[in-house]
Ligand binder design. Sequence first.
Ligand code: NAI
Ligand code: MG
Length: 493
Amino acid sequence: MNVQTSDVNRFLSTSKCLYIGGDWVPAASGKTFDTLDPGKGTRLASVAAGDGSDVDRAVQAARRSFRESGWATMPANDRAVYLHRLADLIDKNASVLSDLESLDVGKPRSQASSFDIPHSAKTFRYYADLSVTARRRDPIPVAGLEARSVRLPHGVCGFIFPWNFPFLLLGWGVAPALAAGNTIVVKPAEDTPLSALYFAELAEEAGIPPGVVNIVTGFGETAGASLASHPLIQCMSFTGSPEIGRRVAESCGRNLVPTKLELGGKGAAILFEDVSVESAADALVGAVTLNAGQVCCTATRWLVHESIAARFIEHAASQMEGMKIGYGGDTRTQIGPVVSDKQRKRVLGYVTKGVAEGAKVYQPGGVAQVSEYSEGFYVKPALLGGSPDNVCAREEVFGPVAYVMTFKSEAEAVDLTNRSHYGLANSVWSQDLDRANRVAEQLVAGNSWINAHNVFAHGVPYGGCNLSGCGGGVLGPDTLEDYYRKQSVVRPL
Ligand code: NAI
Ligand code: MG
């Protein structure tokens, strides 16, 4: 057994506790739940099921730490040292984190190790560096007054995360909040709590003061709802489904707490007649099968110019057919399982409903059998098409399911794209960059990509509008601003 495997085993072998005020503690109720390996359908670890009283303990600890630990008041460059140390520890332990993420989510390990984990580490470095140069005090030139605006951390920030990119989204979410001097309480998804707990171990090792980082594992209706409605939370961030996002926003609205919502999507890819059909099809098949299709910003509506539709569909369907579905730890795997049996039922249910509503079937999808792993939650990719009114053209499936529609004119493509109530990310594919840019700006969403889909870079804001969320995105410099409250200090002269 090598060092890394033994570290993963060590981590999994103990019952996982909550991390509150720098201590590892069981839930007050003593309750636990199991997190599964979706590739095998078996238990990975037993985890504390926190509820309202644990959330309260965590929020109180975070509040105490905000007031007393010095985290909120230390110079930004001192905090940045801790966050760089944390990023270094993430890199140093990237192999263990990649294993845990692959085991808990089911995703191919290579994806976790090449993207999820290093991108998360970079996010801590990006916001640490940005916070050092952020303007904390700005003089305001007004006659008769000595005035300035000051940026200060809010206090305790709450985070509720989903299961598709647990460690990546944790980094995207908490890095700016910590860099600005806030303290945090995190509720990871019940399907994938492990990497957040490992993160807490690293935060401790980095020397971050007790109570700055708190992790309460547990279920949405108990731990999640208690966190969203806790009166001492000063700023709330939620990533997940629009249904729950609405509930979180309602609770925060009652408490008048600013809320950042990163919700789902139903992204379109518009393919004009001048694209290289095969390479565009390859890229989109790659996008819709990434993370077994459990990606909020991916392209699930493929709008193809009618003159190239037949060739495109044939190539995309055969690419899908050839993809290797398998266990996340198998290096040949291109599509791992979906996260849970519940999610598999949801995906299969959508395909059945779409077909019943008259969708054309180019790849039927369905349950995938992976030998040796008969209890895993595997699904085959599906390619449907036809009317834009079909349920699979309108609702978020969150699985490897694409829906093809054809268009004749640029205006029709824009209109079809903007029919969606979601507004997260779309892409335009054409060699005519004037046209691509013109169309990109007409699409109502947080992100328009050109000749690519799923592009994430530190410094470029990523977020949604309409059903995809509000309150600002992540990854851009503005996100750091979201984690400061602004105050004016004024003295009449
Ligand atoms: P969800 O929205 O229920 O879960 C996300 C997080 O919210 C989890 O941590 C969960 O524990 C928490 N939560 C659940 N109920 C809550 C409540 N009442 N108060 C506060 N927190 C609560 O997502 P779910 O059910 O796991 O997936 C359903 C669908 O949502 C997916 O099929 C997909 O369409 C969408 N989704 C979108 C995501 C995205 O990245 N935008 C991520 C996950 C799911
Ligand atoms: Mg799991």
